[in-house]
Ligand binder design. Structure first.
Ligand SMILES: NC(=O)c1ccc[n+]([C@@H]2O[C@H](COP(=O)([O-])OP(=O)(O)OC[C@H]3O[C@@H](n4cnc5c(N)ncnc54)[C@H](O)[C@@H]3O)[C@@H](O)[C@H]2O)c1
Length: 252
């Protein structure tokens, strides 16, 4: 299937690196215009310059961990692109440990970015998405679908994103679809950090993580980006409130 997003306006939060960057690149390849969000002016400007896509890429810097940041990011995207057809809530941060390890600051940082940020970015974007009859793809996690040991801040934040997806899919129907993709292990800075915490180095840590996956491997960002484009496209016109695991069979 050839997904064509020519003329469509897309905002990807946390689009400067990792999965978000893969999603940005896939939308550009499919002809879209994309607003790239990073948490700082510098990280956003660097990504925009590296993407080298002329006026098809605009910068929408700001932290989605605060409501004012969410509003500024959406405003910059809408102004730079001239509208909004697809919002991808990808910005996220890890953070876990035992209950003794998780203090108020860590809990707030993880929940503010992953859950509150998703909610308030959607709140800022929804008038524009209603106008375009657009759609939303939230990047949740397999850790939000099942309970994972030492994931007691991150897991609940992603479970919240999953539940929010189902609530808002009903609230916004029939005009704006809302779906969530739940990745398993994807090769990014976030997973490399987790691998080092598990085993002291990335290859050994990846071996431990891949052992929980029937496909026995870590995925590449491109394997996440393609499903995101599918659910953001008219090919998925009857999909809303769907929670899609892209995890090599991990949650199966
Ligand atoms: N890598 C995995 O294995 C994996 C698995 C499941 C879910 N996820 C989810 O996928 C998404 C992307 O993760 P990744 O692996 O690419 O991680 P990453 O750490 O490589 O990238 C995260 C991105 O989010 C941005 N970000 C973080 N806090 C932000 C804030 N407050 N405001 C704006 N941007 C912010 C970062 O700058 C970065 O661009 C996250 O939501 C993550 O929870 C990742």
């Amino acid at each position: 299937m050839n997904l064509d997003f020519t003329g469509k306006c897309i905002l990807v939060t946390g689009g400067t690196r990792g999965i978000g960057r893969g999603i940005v690149e896939a939308f550009l390849e499919a002809g879209a215009r994309v607003a790239v969000n990073g948490s700082t002016d510098e990280s956003t400007a660097k990504a925009v310059s590296e993407l080298d896509a002329g006026d098809r890429v605009v910068a929408a810097p700001g932290s989605v961990g605060e409501v004012a940041g969410c509003n500024a990011v959406v405003a910059a995207a809408v102004e730079g692109l001239g509208g909004l057809d697809v919002l991808v809530n990808n910005a996220g941060r890890g953070g876990g440990g035992t209950i003794e390890d998780i203090d108020e600051e860590l809990w707030d940082r993880v929940l503010d970015t992953n859950l509150k940020g998703t909610f308030f970015t959607i709140k800022a974007a929804i008038p524009h998405l209603r106008a375009s009859k657009g759609n939303i793809v939230n990047i949740a996690s397999v850790n939000g679908m099942t309970g994972v040991m030492k994931s007691t801040a991150y897991g609940p934040s992603k479970a919240g994103v999953i539940n929010m997806t189902k609530c808002l899919a009903q609230e916004f129907a029939p005009d704006v679809r809302v779906n969530a993709i739940c990745p398993g292990g994807v090769d990014t800075d976030m997973l490399q950090n987790l691998a080092v915490r598990k085993a002291g180095n990335v290859p050994d840590g990846y071996e431990i993580i891949a052992a929980d996956c029937p496909q026995g491997r870590i995925s590449d960002v491109s394997e996440l980006a393609k499903p995101v484009l599918f659910y953001a496209s008219d090919a998925a016109s009857f999909a809303t409130g769907s929670i899609i695991a892209i995890d090599g069979g991990e949650t199966a």
